[in-house]
Structures are given as C-alpha cells and as structure tokens.
Ligand binder design. Structure first.
Ligand SMILES: Cc1cc2nc3c(=O)[nH]c(=O)nc-3n(C[C@H](O)[C@H](O)[C@H](O)COP(=O)(O)OP(=O)(O)OC[C@H]3O[C@@H](n4cnc5c(N)ncnc54)[C@H](O)[C@@H]3O)c2cc1C
Ligand code: FES
Ligand code: FES
Length: 1240
C-alpha cells in the first residue's frame, strides 16, 4: 500500500494485535474486516480490498463513519482511527442498522491508547439510533448505503467465470501456490509435504440430526454465525456444546482475526493456548482427514496431538472437516478460559468439560475434562475423570475431584510459561465452576443434589459490556462569552477529519526520498557483558545491505548528553542491558536491513547482572543524586502516636504502547552539513542538539520537523534523540536519506517505559486514623542508565503527601542501577508512583484502625485556606475538598458502600470493593527554566494566519487550543488559522511537550504573539472601524509596512526546590480532583469488572477527553499491564500478544466525568488546567477497590489480617490472594504474592 501511496492503513504491531491496519476484504458478499499486516498479498487474488482512503476524503466527501468518529472526539493522536473507521465501516456494510453488541464485537480487535474508547463508541452508537449528550447529530451526514463502493465488476466477472486453474506466485525467497480445488491441494500436499499450508474459506453445512460439520477452512466468524443459528433453532438441551463454543468464540481474538482464522488452522496449530481444542475434544468431535490415498476419521482428543505445534496428521494429509455432535439430554458441557484481559487475549488456561449422567439421576456415567495451557499439548485428566465415574454429583465428588485434579494438574515451578501455581489453581477453579453450573442445571431438571448455600451460586453470573457508556459532563463556558469565541468550547480536534480519512501524515507516511536507505538496530542479547568482537561480514553479504555502523562511525560524540548524564549511542566496550544498541545495519529496504541485522555475530564475555530493585538495594547499586525531603520531626513524632505500622508496596512498570512506534527520516541536504529530520519526538530541540553533537555540527544546520505523533505519553522525549543521532550518522556516512522505523518488538525492548517503584514505609497514627508521622523510602528501578530517572524520583517525592497534611513526613528517594533497559518518562512522571504509595499507607491505616478508608482520608486532608505542602509550597486546597465532597455525593458513595457490603454478604465467589481518593497534582516543570513557551505567528496578505509553536501535537490537542487562542485574540475564525508543523527552524530551543504544561506554555506564547500583532494593527483598526479583517491586513497594514509576523514568548514561573533545605515552589500550580471506583472480582479466576465515577477539576475543551484516556491508561497500569522478563533480563512482553493494554472490553460501563464548576485558575491560560497526566493516578482507585474486594474474600477463609498486593492487580494476583480451599490444595500461597517474572 505504501507503493500506492495509500498511507491510511497503519502499522502498529505487525502481528494482528492492534487493529491499526484494518481493511475491508470482500469476495463479493459478505464483507469482512481483516488485519492487513497478516494478509499475504498473494492470497488476495480475486478479492477487493477497501482501505480508509476508499470510503471518503476531505477533498470529496467524508463517509458518515469518518465524520462521526471525528466529531465525537474519537480521534486524538489519530493513529488508531483509520483502523477503527474500517472496522465500523465493514460492520455497516453488512448491517446498516447494527446493535450495540454488534459494535462491541466489531471493535474487539482495535486498540486505542489515547481516548479510553468512550468517545469512539459515542460516535458509532449513533448508527444504532442512540444519541449522546456530548455529540449532537445536527448537520451530520446520514448513512446512505446506496453511496457505498460496489464490488468491482471485473472481479465479479472473474468469479462468475470460475476460479481457473492453479495459481503460482514466485518471489525471490518464497513460492506460493493457490490450488484450484481439493484434489489439486492434495497433489500439492503430496509433492511438498513440508510446505506450510495457509488457508482460504470453504463451505459450511449442517448434517441432519447428529450435529454440525464445518469445512476446516471455515473462518471462526462463519463458525460463530452458524452456531448462533443452530442455537436459535435447536432445543437448548441439544445445543449445549454449541453454546459453550459460542461463549469461547466470543472472547477469542478480535473480530478481524476471527474473520480470517479458520477452525482447521486453530486446531492444527496445536498450540495449547488456543481455545477450541479443549471444548471440541470434550464434546467428542471428530476430524475428517484426507489425502491422495483416501479419507479417514479420527477423534479429536489428546492422542491427535504429538506435542507443541505438532499433530499426528500425516505429511500428505489435510484436514477436510470437523464434526461437532449435538448434546444429549443428560449431558452437560461447558468451556472456560481465563486470560490477562477478558477479550482479545490468549488464554492462560482454557478448559472443556462434559459430564454425562445416568438418565434421571445425578450419577456420573462418564466425564471428560481437557485443559489447554497446562503443558505443551492438550491435557486430558484421565485419572480424575475415571475416578469420578459412578459417583453422585455432590460435595463428596467435589472433594474427590479436587484431590485427584490437584495431583494430576500439578505443575513444577519451572514449567514452561510460568504462573504455575495460578494455572494449577485455575484448573481447579474451572472444575468448581463446572460443578456449580451442573448442580444448577440438575436442579432445574428436578434432580435433587446436596444443598448448596445460595451465595455459592454467584460464580455463575457473568456479564459483559457493552451497555451504554455513560456520558461525561461538560463545564460550559460563561453565557456572556461571544458565540464566535471558541476558547473553552469542546471543539473537534483540528486534524480529526484528516485523521479519520487517513490523510493525516505521520513520519513514516512521508514518501521515500530518492535513494533512501533503511537502518535497523543491532541490540545486545546480554544483560551485562564485555563486548569481545563484532562480526558483520555475513550481514553485509545479504543482498541490499549497504553498510554497518558502530561507535567508530560516529563523526562527533558517541553519547547523548542530558543534564551532565551521558548515555552511549552505540555501546563501545561493555553492554549493560539486553536491548542496548551496539550497532546498526543500513540497507536498501527495511526487510533487507532486518535480515542483515540478524546476521551480525557478537561475542561477549559475561559479567554478573543485577535486575531486581531488591538486588540493587542489597548491592547498594544506586545512581546519584539520592534525594530526601523532610518536614517536622518524624522520629520524635513516632514517640507520640497510638500505633505504628511498617510495610511496603511495589508498583510495576508500564510500557507506553503509543500506537505509532518510534522512528524518523534523516535527510542530508548535501551542503554545509545541513540535515533535516522528520521525526516523532516530543522534544524537537533536544533531538536537534543531540544530532548536532553526534555529527559534530552546529545546531543551526540541523532542522527537526514534527508534524504529529501517533501518541507519545512521555516515551518520545529521550530515546528518540539517540535513534535520530544513529539514523543521522547513517545518513552522514552514506550521503543518502535514511529511514528508521522500530518494529513494535524492538520499540518495546529498546525504549522501555515507566519506572517500577518499591515504597518501604513506617507510619505513626492515632486511633482515629490521624497520621502524625510517616517515613517513606522510595526505590525506583532506573535500569542501566540514569536517563530522566532522578527527576522522576523527585516528582514522586514531591507528590508523597498527595492531599494529606502529615505534619511529620520524611521521604528518601533512591534510583536503583540495574541491568535492564533504562526506564524513562511516562505520563505522570513519577507522580502516580509517589501518590500510590501514600494512598497505600492511608488504606492500611484505615484497615488497621477498623475505620472506613474515606473517613481516614478525610481526617488527614489539607483543609486550611492557606496550606503548605511538605516542601513548603503554599496552595489553597479548597477545590480539592470540593472535588472530594462532590465526588462522594455524585457517586452516591455511602449507599454504594452499603450495597457493596450487602453484595459481599450474599455472594461467596464474587466480591465487590469501592474506593475513593482525592488528588493534588503539581503542574509544570520543577526545573524552572523549562517553564517557557515560544511561538511565531504570521499573518499573510490574504488575511490567513499561520501559527508555529514549540509544542508537539500528539493527540492532546495542543494545536487545536493554539488555534482557539489565536482565534480569540485576533478575532478571526479558526478556519483562517493554520498550523503546519513544529519546526526547530521556526521556533528554537523549545521545552519538551510534557509535564501537562505544553498547552499552558504554548498557549501563553501564542497569546503573546497575537497580542503583539493586534497592538500593531490597533491604529489601523481604530482608523477604519467598519472594515473587515482582510481589509485591515491587506489594504492598510501591509501598505503601511506594519510587520505582520511576531514571536511570542511565555516566561513561566521560576520553580525550583532546594533539596538541602527540603523546600521550594516546585510547581506552577496544582490540579485537583477526586475519583471513586467500584469493582467486582471473580474470586475463582481473578477476573474483574469495573464501574466508575470520576470527578476532576479542569477546563472544557479538547483536553477533557484526555481525562478519560488518562484514566483508562491508569486502569491498565494498576490492573492489567505487566512487563515480564526472562531470568536473564530479556523483556518477554514485546508486542500486543504478550503485553495487554486496555481494550474496549475493559472499559467501565459507567464512566462519569464531571468537571468542577466555577473553578478558576488565574495561573494558566484562560483558566485551563493541566489534566493530561493526573487522571492516570485515578486508576489506583481500582487497585484499592480490588484490594478491598480481596479482603472480603479472604475473610470468608478466616483471614482477617493485612496482606500485601503489588500493582498491577492482575487476574493472577487477585486469584492468588483470594486464599481458599483450592489455593491451599495446590500451593503454599504466600500472603504476599507478587506476580510472576516481574522485577521487584
Ligand atoms: C492477534 C491474534 C490473537 C489470537 N487470539 C486467539 C485466542 O484468543 N484464542 C485462540 O484460540 N486463538 C487465537 N489466535 C489464533 C488463531 O485462532 C489461529 O491463528 C487461527 O485459528 C489459525 O487459523 P489460520 O486459518 O490462520 O491457520 P494458518 O495460520 O493458515 O495455519 C495454521 C496451521 O494449521 C495448518 N493447517 C491449517 N488448515 C489445515 C488443513 N485444512 N489441513 C492441514 N493443515 C492445516 C497450517 O499448515 C499451519 O500449520 C489468535 C491469533 C492472533 C493473530
Ligand atoms: S499492525 Fe496489523 S494488527 Fe497491528
Ligand atoms: S487516538 Fe487512538 S491511539 Fe491515539
């Protein structure tokens, strides 16, 4: 598609895991959405592919899907938008009047990291006739299916004529055959027994009474559709197998994958994580295999599988079809799965179970139980099943089943895949769930089984989204504001339409420069080692390879300098983490560069590494500076308190997972060392500086251009400067333009993310919960280099009080030096970690005092009008207290808490928790000199205005706000104002777009520039008051030689902290908020769901959608996203299939955002409030609500004491912490389970 200059289809992962590349694929009718990244072009013969460009454009007409996602604010950075549009468009092609459930299903395979999904659904649900408070349909295009593209007539003719013969496509390295028919396939299979079979679609047909037969090449979507039909037609007793399969298919992968993946492929992949084999085996399905020699039928069970990825299919055979029998009246079937995320995630364990009873009794006649994810292949628990035959379905059977199962499924701690205890417990939990379901069903059939407490049956309720997501509430602008004045109004992102049509250009969408090369990084495979040698001779023999780069090729300095901290661009002598860049291969194409990079041979001499924070503490391996903040006399206060508590809290890191991976294009200009970089950076000036140092060239020769980023979240500040310097070195060495685009896996490996934190604390408090003293030591895992770690630690320390006045408070901050990739800035910049530790303390104090947590929070909250933070910065907490009070009131906190208690008393296996927290978050840089903004505003002779500024547009809407501000001051409509790009040649030395401060700083600078221009125009305006803007500008100002170009500057506050004295105004101002969340957990599996009421102080406008997006990122941080490393320090979670960010299924059905009315902020532009970063922290309400729910579950097992729970509260950790009879059978569950394979 890039050859056709169709750039709307995006690369986000290359593995079917994000949906950014979604296109519509049609073989006449129906149409289906598909992941372009998984579609071999040669498989598309005869198919029509429609990309986002094909359905509408800003030049002609938008498609209603494009218009509605844009107008509903469903496009922030816009990188996911074309994929979202195509998923929805395909749905509408097949179903012009979809239901909410259809929309939910259509979007399961599309991820968005910015919006939190609510606005996307808001726009799309209008196609179901449901309008939203925030999205008005006035003037919106109606959906008119008659306007849609038709299937190309030439393809239709081709289809009518018949497929023709066998097709063969011959490439340099691969040969592809498309067989004409089944016999041709069998010929090919016999001739090429080792060639992989990649599958297309065949037919589907129902066999009269025995069940359903599917051709092996039926897609999972087709299977689902057919089963749905069968379930509708059949008696429920006959369709139990089908229902169980449907439950599984509902969560299996995303819609695009289900459209392409075949049922045969799923089975024959023989991957135990795949979900179908277990339930199909339990249901006694059979497979029909065919070869040139004939057909044979085999049962689908454990004997069919030979090992991981292997079956007993003969080399010349193919799977023709699969037969699924109907269920019989005394037969009960169920399927289970538990994954890291509820949908669109591979299961950790899955199971299929069937029991047959002697007619009219509860006596087991036969039982089959299969597990996936418990070993290299399908596991049948034969002994357990046989041991239970003849028993009655009652407590005795359950006891015996658990005893047998615990023996049969026990995994050794070293078993492949980790999470061994969790997996074993899940297998017991699944059986227990099955047991309970069957009890219920037997009862319905009038067969009395042993009495069961009513509260036990709660495990059965399982509800999913999508109910209608509740709208957010807007703070309206004042009534007297002119209707022409856009400031404060929720305007559509100015590039939203371009983003929705795929016209918006990101760095990798720029067409190749003539002679352009590609650079691919070679990274260390060792965590800590001396480099002995590097042999790149093989790499250079790969066709297309041009050169190899290492430290020796750097013309200037091989280091990135940041506040006196240096970091090597290429490791020279020693590597200090897996993923450290040691060299790079430059080649003619990206595939060639990648292939060549794989052939670079490096020999190492290993040194001993340190990975974990606790190891670093033991070795005293810390970076400098070590920070401390102290107020009051902590030690003395400990002598005066009623109680003292000591504990610790660990919080894991987080991957940015911006949808656009990092990269750039470096274009040498061939004159005077000039070089242009088209780069995805949040800090263009720093990139420019680093490239200059690397090339040994002055900054005035290096120009960085940033059009927009597909998300940044703090991850595109530092490492991108190193990548730019390397690409620039390649361009310098070859004299040709060089493109660098990190694969998703490399991006995750090389650039790293949010710091893991460990907080150890001692807290002294009175019996009413008043905290008098707290001593907290924060340890962050900084990774192998300092990067921004010390500033991040400072921010954590500066937020350690949150909204609480703790008179004696001491915090130490130490950054651990380990051999992991260097952790870096991430939305919140240490704030969430600092805040979470103090909230954990509040939570523990409340539990210890036996008081409701909200009471303890309220009693400790700052309340004086003139309060001082622990670093002695004055502030007024009035708005925080208002947010807190309103949050409790609007969320109906008191009655909800009672309802939670009631729910917990009446449900044994599901528990609820509720938590509310306040927030005080510092806005601006504590390094005072960064608090500056610059802009350049040009008015052209036709009256149009061009604004340039130093910020980066990455979805937060900085350009939209800059245009709104310019529009207000200049009095011209927004449509006459344009922002082209961020360019270091226009606005020099700009601060990074970070710290929730970019808009404030840039907005002020734009305002300043516009005011200067207005001042110059004032005499003309006064002289000709009736003239229009153009007349003033064109007719008079230009002729009077009035300069129509002005720079604007904003000199922000001089924040700084004196760390010796523990004092200083660290922030420009504070943003306040409060949040309340309610969750429900499944104690048997760890699954959880969320309801939320959220409240935040802030201004209206584009940024308000950031509140929801930030919150959902926090939801990921605190409950889902988990980085995993191998024992030798290699990141294992290197793509969306291993690392899960929140998907649509994770979003709370109620997410109410209220912006505080009448809150003024005299410090920032037009009372705006920095709300980009703070809402991430609100995700911690989910964590503490989950902890409360777990505590309720533990009380059922007689465990009343404190217990440790580290963040994120993943399904694994939740399940392990809900100690019960099953956990005790499998393991020695420690009360402080910290999760698998995570550096602590
Ligand atoms: C992002 C993503 C998420 C996923 N999530 C899940 C999930 O949650 N649960 C789950 O169960 N699966 C999941 N999958 C796996 C998916 O279901 C399988 O990849 C798919 O079913 C394989 O079907 P296919 O047609 O693409 O097979 P192919 O990839 O074409 O083939 C797979 C294997 O089967 C062989 N094969 C296929 N058909 C035949 C035949 N008729 N005769 C002989 N050999 C044959 C092929 O030679 C190959 O070895 C996911 C996949 C992706 C990419
Ligand atoms: S790029 Fe295709 S799914 Fe992510
Ligand atoms: S708008 Fe969805 S990823 Fe940015």
């Amino acid at each position: 598609m890039s050859a056709a200059r169709l750039t709307g289809t995006k690369y986000g992962c290359g593995s079917g895991g994000c949906g950014a590349c979604t296109v519509m694929l049609s073989r006449y009718d129906p149409h289906c959405s598909a992941n372009a990244c998984l579609l071999p072009v040669v498989s598309l013969h005869g198919a029509a592919v429609v990309t986002v460009e094909g359905i509408g454009s800003t030049k002609t007409k938008l498609h209603p899907v494009q218009e509605r996602i844009a107008k509903a604010h469903g496009s922030q950075c816009g990188f996911c938008t074309p994929g979202m549009v195509m998923s929805m468009y395909t749905l509408l092609r097949n179903q012009p009047q979809p239901s909410l459930e259809d929309i939910r299903e259509a979007l399961t395979g599309n991820l968005c990291r910015c919006t939190g999904y609510r606005p996307i659904v808001d726009g799309f649900k209008t196609f179901c006739g449901i309008s939203s408070e925030l999205f008005h349909m006035n003037g919106v295009l109606p959906l008119d299916p008659s306007q849609d593209l038709i299937f190309p007539p030439e393809l239709m003719l081709m289809l009518q004529k018949g497929g023709g013969g066998r097709l063969c496509f011959q490439g340099n390295r691969v040969k592809w055959f498309s067989p004409a028919d089944l016999s041709d396939l069998l010929e090919l299979r016999a001739a090429h027994p080792n060639a992989p079979l990649v599958v297309g679609n065949t037919n589907v047909g129902e066999a009269a009474h025995s069940g359903v037969t599917f051709g092996s090449a039926c897609s999972l979507s087709e299977v689902k559709e057919e089963l749905q039909g069968a379930v509708g037609r059949l008696d429920p007793e006959e369709s139990r197998v089908f229902q169980a399969l449907l439950n599984t298919l509902r969560c299996l992968a995303g819609k695009q994958i289900r459209n392409m993946a075949t049922v045969g492929g799923n089975i024959l992949s023989a991957d135990p994580k795949y979900d179908l084999s277990c339930i199909l085996a339990a249901a006694d399905c059979t497979l029909q295999l065919v070869s040139k020699g004939g057909t044979r039928e085999v049962p689908l069970n454990e004997k069919f599988f030979a090992g991981f990825g292997r079956t007993h299919l003969r080399a010349d055979e193919v799977l023709l079809s699969l037969h699924i029998p109907r269920s019989q009246p005394w037969e009960f079937v169920s399927a289970f799965r538990q994954a890291q995320r509820r949908e669109f995630a591979f299961s950790i364990v899955n199971a299929g179970m069937k029991v047959v009873f002697k007619e009219g009794t509860d006596t087991v006649q036969s039982l089959s139980i299969f597990y996936g994810g418990m070993g290299p292949t399908l596991l049948r628990v034969k002994r357990t099943c046989e041991g239970l035959v003849g028993m009655s379905w009652n407590e005795g059977l359950l006891e015996e089943a658990c005893r047998l199962l615990a023996e049969e499924v026990a995994l050794p701690p070293t078993a492949h895949g980790g999470k061994t205890e969790f997996r074993s417990i899940l297998s017991l939990s699944f059986f227990f769930k099955f047991y309970m379901q069957v009890v219920q069903e037997l009862r319905e059939k009038g067969v009395g089984v042993a009495d069961l407490p009513l509260e036990y049956l709660s495990h059965c309720s399982r509800s999913y989204l999508l109910t209608i997501l509740h709208p957010s509430h807007i703070q309206m602008v004042s009534e007297i504001q002119s209707s022409k004045d856009p400031v404060g109004r929720p305007r559509v992102h100015i590039a939203a339409f371009q983003q929705a049509t795929g016209e918006a250009k990101y760095y990798d969408d720029l067409p190749a420069v003539s002679g352009e090369l590609f650079v691919f990084m070679v990274t260390s495979t060792r965590a800590h080692a001396k480099i002995i040698s590097m042999d790149f001779s093989e790499a250079l023999r790969v066709p297309g390879a041009v050169t190899f780069l290492s430290a020796r090729d750097v013309p200037g300095q091989n280091r990135r300098l940041w506040f006196n901290n240096t970091e090597e661009l290429f490791a020279e002598e020693e590597v200090c983490c897996v993923g450290q860049i040691i060299g790079a291969v430059v080649a003619e194409s990206r595939e060639q560069a990648k292939r060549a990079a794989e052939r670079v041979r490096v020999t190492y001499d290993d040194l001993s590494p340190v990975f974990f924070t606790i190891e670093a503490i033991q070795h005293q391996s810390f970076f400098n500076p070590k920070r401390k903040l102290e107020r009051g006399n902590v030690d003395e206060a400990f002598g005066k308190v009623d109680r003292i508590l000591e504990g610790e809290m660990y919080m894991g890191g987080q991957e940015h997972f911006y949808m656009e991976t990092q990269g750039l294009i470096a274009v040498p200009r061939g004159e005077d060392g000039e070089m242009d970089l088209y780069v995805a950076t949040q800090h263009a000036a720093f990139t420019q500086e680093v490239v200059g140092h690397t090339l040994g060239v002055d900054s005035n020769k290096i120009t960085c251009h940033v059009k927009r980023l597909g998300g940044g979240f703090g991850g595109k500040v530092m490492k991108i400067a190193s990548l730019s310097a390397i690409a620039a070195t390649a361009a310098y060495k070859t004299g040709r333009a060089v493109r660098c685009v990190l694969d998703r896996g490399d991006d995750m490996l090389i650039t790293s993310g949010r710091h893991p934190f460990l907080g150890k604390y001692k807290v002294g408090f009175m019996n009413d919960g008043t905290i008098l003293a707290a001593d907290i030591t924060y340890y962050s895992n900084g990774g192998s280099t300092l990067d921004e770690s010390s500033f991040i630690m400072e921010k954590a320390l500066l937020h350690m009080d949150n909204g609480y006045k703790i008179p004696n408070l001491r915090g130490h901050g130490l950054v651990c030096k380990t051999h992991l990739p260097s952790y870096t800035a991430f939305r919140g910049f240490g704030g969430p970690q600092g805040l979470t530790i103090i909230e954990s303390i509040l939570h523990e104090v409340a539990a210890e005092c036996g008081l409701p947590a909200e009471e303890v929070r309220a009693v400790n909250m700052y309340s004086e009008e003139e309060s001082y933070t622990h670093h002695r910065q004055p502030f007024c907490p009035r708005d925080m207290v208002r947010c807190w009070d309103e949050c409790l009131e609007k969320s109906d906190y008191s009655s909800r808490r009672l309802a939670v208690q009631h729910f917990n008393a009446t449900n044994r296996w599901r528990k609820r928790g509720i938590c509310a927290v306040p927030l005080k978050f510092g806005i601006g840089f504590s390094k005072g000199f960064y608090n500056q903004g610059a802009a350049l505003v040009n008015i052209y002779k036709d009256g149009s205005v061009l604004v340039s500024h130093g910020g980066t547009e990455m979805g937060q809407g900085i350009n939209t706000k800059a245009v709104q501000i310019a529009s207000r001051i200049l009095g011209v409509p927004m449509s006459s104002i344009h922002i082209k790009e961020t360019c270091t040649g226009n606005v020099p030395n700009a601060a990074p777009s970070a710290a929730s401060f970019g808009t404030d700083a840039v907005g002020m600078a734009v305002k300043d520039a516009c005011e200067k221009l207005m001042k110059r125009l004032e005499p003309v305006m006064k002289a000709y008051p009736k003239w229009t803007w153009s007349q003033w500008v064109i007719t008079e100002a230009y002729c009077q030689k009035i300069s129509l170009s002005a720079t604007g500057f904003f000199m922000g506050p001089h924040t700084s902290v004196d760390w010796e004295k523990s004092e200083g105004a660290a922030y420009y101002y504070f943003t306040f908020g409060a949040c309340c969340s309610e969750v429900e957990i499944d104690c048997l599996t760890g699954d959880h769901k969320v309801w939320v009421t959220l409240k935040a102080g802030g201004s209206a406008g584009v940024s308000r959608w950031q509140v929801e997006g930030g919150f959902v990122q926090g939801l990921g941080l605190y409950t889902i996203e988990e980085l995993q490393f191998s024992p030798d320090g290699a990141l294992r979670t290197r793509g969306p299939n291993q690392y899960k960010i929140p998907a649509l299924c994770d979003i709370p059905p109620q997410l109410n955002v209220h912006l505080l009315a009448d809150s003024q902020n005299p410090n920032a532009i037009y009372s705006s409030k920095g709300i980009g970063e703070p809402p991430v922290f609100f995700g911690c309400t989910l964590f503490f609500a989950i902890k409360e729910a777990i505590a309720a579950a533990r009380r059922e097992s007689g465990l009343n004491g404190r217990f440790a729970l580290s963040s994120p509260a993943t399904v694994e950790k939740i399940r392990m912490a809900c100690v019960d009879r099953f956990t005790e059978m499998v393991c020695f569950t420690s009360s402080s389970f910290q999760g698998s394979q995570q550096p602590v």
